[in-house]
Write a protein that binds this ligand. Structure first.
Ligand code: PLP
Length: 439
């Protein structure tokens, strides 16, 4: 009997033995193509020699030194490199251990910023329905995944939610993408007015929505309008790039493709690529300086801030993504993956939409393509699809979430950027087998 407290008490997963490029291999020798990089984590695949060498070298120097006493060379170099590649305006880096921690830090930084600049009434957060920002209480409250939030609702900070930018379901008949984007962005302005502008501190969104919607990019102009509204009302824009950042969508920061710069952003997952647990919050000099020149102390922190070994791993990952050209490769191979999925499943009677950017792709399943009617939740289509794909030797990330009260099913594909054409064929082939079994 295992003494691990599992997340799913009814599952008995196989034991992983080793990783080999885009594959994970269990103790029975079965190989699984890691088509979702776990949950969009393993952007370099498994067993990258440069990253493991960097970790070993740092361990030989020093494993840990508390940031209350020391900074470290890998943390400093990682921060420099992140800022070199971040959208112009982002200037400071706060290194944490994962995505939820990065989002929690972002929320607390926003709140403290407004206290420091003499606007203490600003405490409310506006986010979007069908979003996920992490599982710690602040991040969970911000997310708009009602199923995940519900049991913990009494413990949560005040957050309200507007519509996501989800053209497949949200765009009205005859409405242009542009008009649709402006319409849903303007919901933010209405919500700010309803709450009272001087009570709102931040708007939070994922540039490309990951787990809850399945790789849904915004339409053109949406985020520029969001940025405008935030500026008009003095509200901070926090972009959560935990899943879609670090090259996943074909640029190092996903928001670069939408022409906006956030005030604060959170990254994780691909930053450590699974080699170490690490995340980061980046913010503008204006926010940093308000605290530096004010109280001088950010009232937030964790023991493992700026962990040297995690930072050394992330530095090696970032070097592979930038100097090694892997973020560009994600764009090129991701387009090939999209074409292959469209060729194989574009006419499938139960595939409603195939979408995404770079190596971040989603397929939404429907009972009826014409009406976009989702499957009955009791059929558990995405869970069955995950199981059938796993059986066939393919890892993909499923979600059966609520679509504004209705149920929907999708699968997320987020393979390592080292993917070759033969792997794309294998993904399509195994997904086809899984689809035939699950639906
Ligand atoms: N934000 C987004 C968009 C995510 O997808 C996730 C995790 O899936 C998180 C935050 C939380 O990250 P973590 O699980 O590393 O705490």
């Amino acid at each position: 009997m295992s003494h691990i407290f599992p997340r799913n008490s009814r599952a008995a997963p196989p034991m992983v033995a080793r990783g080999d490029g885009v594959y994970l291999i269990d103790t029975d020798g079965k190989r699984y193509l890691d088509g979702s990089g776990g949950a969009a984590v393993s952007c370099l695949g498994h067993g990258d020699p440069q990253v493991t060498a960097a970790i070993k070298a740092q361990l030989d120097r020093v494993a840990f030194a508390h940031t209350g006493f020391f900074t470290s060379d890998p943390a400093e170099r990682l921060a420099d490199m992140l800022i070199d590649h971040a959208p112009a305006g982002l200037d400071r880096v706060y290194l944490v251990s994962g995505g939820s921690e990065a989002m929690e830090a972002a929320l607390k930084l926003a709140r403290q910023y407004f206290i420091e600049i003499g606007q203490p009434t600003r405490h409310r957060v506006i986010a979007r329905r069908q979003s996920y920002h992490g599982n710690t209480l602040g991040a969970l409250a911000t997310g708009g995944n009602m199923w995940r939030r519900e049991p913990f609702a009494p413990l949560m900070i005040e957050t309200t939610h507007i519509s996501p930018c989800y053209a497949y379901r949200g765009r009205a008949e005859g409405e242009s993408d542009w008009d649709y984007g402006q319409r849903v962005a303007n919901e933010l302005e209405a919500e700010i007015a309803r709450l009272g502008p001087d009570t709102v501190m931040a708007f939070v969104a994922e540039p490309v929505v990951g787990a809850t919607l399945g790789a849904v990019p915004p339409v053109e102009g949406y985020f520029k309008r969001i940025r405008e509204i935030c500026d008009t009302h003095g509200i901070l824009l926090i972009l959560d790039e935990v899943m879609c950042g670090m090259g996943r969508t074909g640029t190092l920061f996903a928001c670069d493709q939408d022409g906006v710069v956030p005030d604060i952003t959170a990254i994780a997952k691909g930053l450590g690529a699974g080699y170490q647990p690490i995340g980061a919050m980046l913010c503008t000099a204006k926010i940093h300086d308000a605290i530096a020149d004010g109280s001088g102390f950010f009232q937030h922190g964790h023991t493992y801030l700026g962990h040297p070994v995690a930072a050394a791993a992330a530095l090696a990952v970032l070097t592979r993504l930038t100097e090694g050209g892997l973020a560009d490769r994600a764009r090129v191979m991701g387009e090939r993956l999209q074409s292959a999925l469209e060729a194989a499943f574009g006419q499938h009677p139960h595939v409603g939409d195939i979408r995404g950017r770079g190596m971040f792709r989603g397929m939404e399943f429907v009972e009826d393509r014409e009406t976009k009617r989702p499957f009955d939740p009791a059929r558990k289509v995405s869970a069955r699809l995950k199981a059938a794909a796993f059986e066939a030797g393919l890892i993909c990330y499923p979600m059966g979430g609520t679509i504004d009260g209705r149920q929907g099913d999708h699968v997320l594909l987020a393979p390592p950027f080292i993917l070759e054409d033969a792997h794309i064929d294998e993904i399509v082939d195994k997904l086809g087998t899984a689809l035939a079994r699950a639906i």
